[in-house]
Design a protein around this ligand. Structure first.
Ligand code: SF3
Length: 529
């Protein structure tokens, strides 16, 4: 709150009681991780533990599970899993219970006195531990979506455990923690690559798509969040029912995937990014399915039409669970049939689906435009959107960019400018939308591919600059990934994170030249240099 920390209430609308429980849950996960590290080495860890860890970490991400009961259940399950792993180690290995660290001796009684973030007194160590935890939460979220499609990366999963345990190790210095934070960025790249492979293997490579932003006559179901598998199951179950399906927020890029866009009743995208949901969910008139973050505390007027699934939850909304990997959305479909069609908010269309496969297969055209001077600069404007007025900066910045620049975007930050008519350069759109926030991976591949064709060895020498907007904790992972790849001179806004201490911030500034955003004029001059 005010860029200082949530002291009165969660900036996301969460209450202090749930935030405290989330601290408890994260601490229990550290204890699970301690034992599972050993079980993994002994070859006796179970996939159900991985499922649990990914879901539980994901549930604590900004705007995900607001339910006290949802977090409490995971705490109980965490203790059960931890105790089962411990017993497995005692039964099957030469596990020695002498001299165990404090995290191994966690109990329900001593949990709340140990779990608070402020229990780490040194602000630099605390800051790095939190940075690492947020990065790990990002890995878990993307890893969870990949796992839903049957992809699990053992190295990434074991890094999650190593990282969680490292945040309980008082012997680790600031330098050691910084290198772990950057390693987290490396794993961020890996997990985004895994998710991209899982998505493209399942739904095909995204293709540029023009998406209708108006509405039709039929009742509809609005799908928000990031989980494509949930959308696919809903599309299958709504086929032939007379109910249309619309995407919202981060679901927009679904329209680019051949195996999703083939459904004729996937008719368009409704509204903008997550923070507008109070107005947009109300005027949509039909049921809304939230498949992941970002959920906003709902209004009474539509909570009976609000459904959650996976790691996201809110008291009062109906939560749908999977049985044998399948979700039954019939109650949503039946409710939709009784609802009025959505109120039309706007007309027209927007473009998405410019992932690396589509962009690089047309690379010659882009390379020629750079060589001939028609494109002078690429500006990566990826990341998150948010409700604060100061984010108008991103719309103004996009509008003020000279006509010989191309914006590369991913994540919901795009809603600040994807409905502007910024035109094209010889048929190359001036806004290239690679997809969801995890598709920042795609932007990296696009940037590396184009720069290699243009003969740049060091990507920092290339005509590409970064003006990134952040809001939620997954964005921390994307930033760490860029830093790990050696990307310098990133402009970050609209505020620098309050959980980074002045000393740690100085290290990041000195090492990577991260700059907070300022005025359009100042930033434009620096970013176009
Ligand atoms: Fe947006 Fe939450 Fe981050 Fe996935 S939906 S980018 S804020």
């Amino acid at each position: 709150m005010n860029g200082e920390g949530c002291t009165k209430n969660g900036m996301c609308g969460k209450k202090g009681e749930v935030a405290d429980l989330q601290d408890d849950l994260i601490y229990v996960l550290k204890s699970v991780a301690f034992y599972n590290q050993k079980a993994r080495k002994a070859g006796i860890s179970e996939t159900s533990t991985d499922d649990f860890m990914l879901d539980a970490l994901f549930a604590t991400i900004t705007n995900t599970d607001f339910r006290k009961s949802g977090i409490q259940k995971r705490i109980e399950r965490g203790f059960q899993i931890r105790d089962r792993i411990r017993q497995g180690l005692l039964d099957n290995t030469a596990f020695d219970e002498n001299d165990l660290p404090e995290i191994a001796t966690l109990t329900t009684e001593n949990l709340s006195e140990r779990s608070g973030v402020l229990a780490t007194e040194d602000e630099d160590i605390r800051s790095l531990r939190e940075l690492l935890i947020y990065g790990i939460k990002g890995i878990a979220a993307y890893g969870h979506h990949a796992m839903m499609l049957g992809t699990a990366n053992k190295k990434v999963l074991s890094f999650i455990e190593d990282g969680l345990v490292a945040t309980t190790d008082d012997s680790l210095t600031v330098d050691k923690l910084i290198s772990l934070v950057l390693k987290c960025g490396e794993k961020g790249f890996d997990v985004m690559a895994d998710l991209d492979k899982a998505n493209t293997d399942t739904y095909g490579n995204p293709e540029p798509a023009r998406v209708n932003i108006g509405t039709g006559e039929n009742p509809g179901i609005l799908v928000s969040g990031h989980d494509l598998k949930d959308l696919k199951q809903l599309l299958e179950q709504t086929e032939g029912t007379g109910v249309d399906v619309y995407t919202h927020g981060e679901m927009l890029p679904a329209h680019g995937y051949p195996e999703l866009k083939k459904y004729e009743h996937l008719v368009g995208n409704y509204g903008g990014s997550w923070w507008r949901q109070k107005q947009e969910f109300e005027s949509f008139n039909g049921p809304i399915l939230l498949t992941s973050n970002c959920i906003v505390p709902p209004k009474e007027s539509y909570v009976d039409r609000l459904y959650t699934t996976g790691s996201v939850g809110y008291d009062g909304a109906t939560h749908i669970v999977a049985e044998d990997g399948k979700k039954d959305f019939s109650s949503i479909i039946e409710q939709a049939k009784t609802c009025k069609a959505p109120v039309q908010l706007e007309k027209g269309s927007i473009m998405t689906g410019f992932a690396y496969n589509a962009v690089l297969s047309d690379a010659d055209k882009i390379v020629d435009a750079v060589k001939s001077g028609k494109i002078k600069k690429f500006v990566v404007m990826a990341g998150c959107d948010g409700r604060h007025k100061e984010r108008q900066y991103y719309t103004d910045f996009a509008e003020a960019l000279p006509k010989d620049t191309v914006i590369l975007t991913a994540g919901c930050a795009k809603y600040r400018y994807n409905k502007l008519d910024l035109g094209d350069i010889d048929g190359i759109p001036r806004v290239i939308d690679a997809g969801q926030c995890n598709d920042s991976f795609s932007l990296i591949i696009i940037a590396q591919g184009l720069m290699a064709r243009l003969g740049y060895i060091d990507v920092n020498e290339a005509p590409i600059s970064y003006n990134i907007a952040w809001y939620e904790q997954k964005a921390v992972l994307v930033l760490l990934t860029l830093l790990r790849l050696g990307i310098m001179d990133i402009t970050l806004g609209p505020k620098l994170p309050a959980f980074v201490s002045p000393n740690v911030l100085k290290v990041l500034v000195d090492k990577f030249n991260i700059t907070p955003n300022s005025t359009i004029e100042e930033d434009m001059e620096r970013l176009l240099k």
